[in-house]
Write a protein that binds this ligand. Sequence first.
Ligand code: NAG
Ligand code: NAG
Ligand code: NAG
Ligand code: NAG
Length: 841
Amino acid sequence: MCHRRCSKRVRRLSALLAFLVGISVGFLLTARARLSVESSAAAGASEAVASLGCHTGSDTRLQAAIEGRFAAFLQAARPNASFLGAAVAGVDPVPVGPNEPVARLLQNGAGLIIVGVMTAQKYLDTRAVAVHRTWARYLPGHVVFFARADARAPPELPVVRLAGVDDTYPPQKKSFLMLKYMHDHFLDKFEWFMRADDDVYVRGHLLERFLRSVNGSRPQFIGQAGMGNKEEFGQLNLDYDENFCMGGPGIVFSRETLKRVVPHVKECLKNLYSTHEDVEVGRCVRQYAGIPCTWSYEMQNIFYHNGSDSSAFTGSLKQKEVHRAITLHPVKQPDHLYRMHNYMQALHIQDLKQRALVLHRDLSLAMEALNRVAGRPQRLRSFLVDDSPDQQHYRGNTTELGKAPCLNKFFPVRDSEVLKWDFVQRTWYSHANSNPRRRIDQPFRETLDDLVVQIMEMINRFSKQRGRVIDFKDILYGYHRVNPHHGADYVLDLLLVYKKYRGRKMTIPVRKHVYLQQAFTELEFREWPLSNADHGPGPFQGLRGSEGGATVGVDQGPLSRKTIHFVLPLAGRVATFRRFVDNFERVCLSRGEWVSLTVVLFPTPSTSVDDGDISAIVRDMQSRYSGYHLTVVPQEGSFSRALALEKGISGLGPNELLFFVDVDMQFDERLLRRVRLNTILGQQVYFPIVFSQFDPRVATPGDGLSPSAGHSFAISDELGYWRQFGFGIVSLYHGDLKKIGDLDTTIQGWGMEDVDLYDKAVLSNLTVFRACDPGLLHVFHPIECDQNLVLSQLDMCLGSRATSYASTRRLTRIIFNNSEILKFAHADKTMVINGSHEDHT
Ligand SMILES: *[C@@H]1O[C@H](CO)[C@@H](O)[C@H](O)[C@H]1NC(C)=O
Ligand SMILES: *[C@@H]1O[C@H](CO)[C@@H](O)[C@H](O)[C@H]1NC(C)=O
Ligand SMILES: *[C@@H]1O[C@H](CO)[C@@H](O)[C@H](O)[C@H]1NC(C)=O
Ligand SMILES: *[C@@H]1O[C@H](CO)[C@@H](O)[C@H](O)[C@H]1NC(C)=O
């Protein structure tokens, strides 16, 4: 069991928890923050203050709602593709031409756009697969990969092998022949045609929105215009007013363009004036379609190329360049393409959530309006929405979710109901936390960063029309609170820089107040049907109690007949063991649960004052429950928990469910059920987070509990804490333990072996399921820190001991009520400052 973690980390975590708990009380999954951002005037340090009133929307909204945009929303979310486990097996050595997936496309492919990705043999297994499994699936059309004549490719990829083409660079022939192929085979089936590299990321739904706003009947040649850099000047054979579309971020052709250009591909290939493929494509288009690449400043944001090469998009993606782009280039590493996809999907989900909220608001308005007109609320209401959770199209409580964004959604009636604001500046001040002034932690920092990105997007939405751009500088200060029913509220004072580039140019710092609300949406959860296969195959071993009709209270489903093998390493501590065994008997044996118990017993430490015979206790229990397998395995040598666990499971088969436990633990029947549910053979291991009792003598003095007696399952901040950094209690299948790499038996004593196992589990492809388990309790016992431990271990031990005294609130009270301690602390601090600090341990 891992007792030793510095108290600092624990404290930080409880701060985070307070935040999370606050949220989970209400609804989960926040949507995009939005209340109102007042656009401020240019002059000076303006402080535009948004209205706090709760306005509802407009008539157009109402119209839209009645026109049934709700229905569109219902179909909006597409399931997220799973693309992990990148094993790509086999190749298909088909000769030149399309492979099987492309043949299918030729048969019945159609859509808005077809993207030809030029790739080389060395990237077919990596970049091409990544493209195919990520953005290619979210395109309003199809992606086809174009490779050399003898390319070997994973069969899942739609690949065209171009006759007479190899991987030489520059890939001019590949490019022109790809355009020809798309022209010859897909011209009538798609409206738009894109030439792309294999290291680009394309955001399908944004591309669709963009292309639908362009007249595709005209010749179009769309991309980021380039004219060559300084070194290339004069070598590209371009006139001063001639450009080309840069290949990297992708080039889009309309059907008309392709129609005009492709018949001349041969001439273009014969007359190359530079070594650049994209320059030559541009030249060809200019000559035969008569158009240049789109001359628009905007294009470098939309078809975004980052000049930092292989390090592009490897850092934070929370940047305006990333958010506003439709294509992003270059993403050199496939891993980063997956990461990018994940990020974009998250943004998209956020968008859909926000749209859902807006639709709820529309519906809410519609219902209100109809009420006013017709006065038949209930019938009209059910005409508009399925507003009971049992109905088929129930999409959340419209009355609740449809409330307009507003900081006054909730009116406190009593003092105690007033929601308190936190204050944020360099540090974070809050009333509710037992540490009222603390560092802004990482999760909250991320939240603020997210808000800033969103706010700046809102503020700059009309920048172009207004001939100005506003940049973010700093958050001067802010307020924040979580309303458990409605969401998180923020009031921020921002320092911005206002740059006007049209008319009278100027650059001035401005301040702006923003009021934001991050509305909660409905609680969502996913349910997996349980099947036997998920929980390890049978046969379930018959280690069940046969005495005294002992099936009381245990349901008879196959899951409850999965035997849990308790493994308990032990050295001395007979009294505690008695308590453990009582609990084990009460919860497991007397109720006929399917379990076994193996105690691995090391010699009693010489310092121990315990007496009694552990083997005798087990023998006695065995005699009363003869159907069970209860054993003591004696072990020589000095204590090693890892060794003990390994010894304890040595006789068990790979499909057996193991539960590593400690003698300080108390548990109830809920734990057994969770262990069986949360541990899945070949898929998932369960590391429950244990509730750890504080020292009852400090935490709850005067209620007569001795340290060892207080094992009720009461859970509260005052009684104990969730041991986030303990990993010793775990359930997993024996075969999975072997797979993730066994226990490190070289680790002596307590601690570290559990962290080692946890690390291995995280690195394995098994899912690590970790959650607070209220059915599992660590009963307080005084922590002895061996002064001979190495310093870092001693530190951790002392930290752990300090953490188990009592809640911070309780400790604070003790200190305030004992001025002696304050005096001592003050003296101690003075000593430290004077450099004459003595060791008080
Ligand atoms: C699109 O362009 C074609 C050809 O120039 C033209 O006939 C048509 O009216 C345009 N459509 C729109 C909606 O502008
Ligand atoms: C783009 O490149 C610049 C440097 O050229 C770099 O600082 C920035 O982080 C890059 N952006 C992304 C999103 O990778
Ligand atoms: C929806 O919310 C309203 C107000 O918050 C509440 O009165 C109502 O009972 C809720 N309806 C359902 C079906 O939960
Ligand atoms: C996990 O990895 C093992 C090989 O180490 C493999 O046999 C197994 O199929 C993988 N499981 C999953 C779910 O990917």
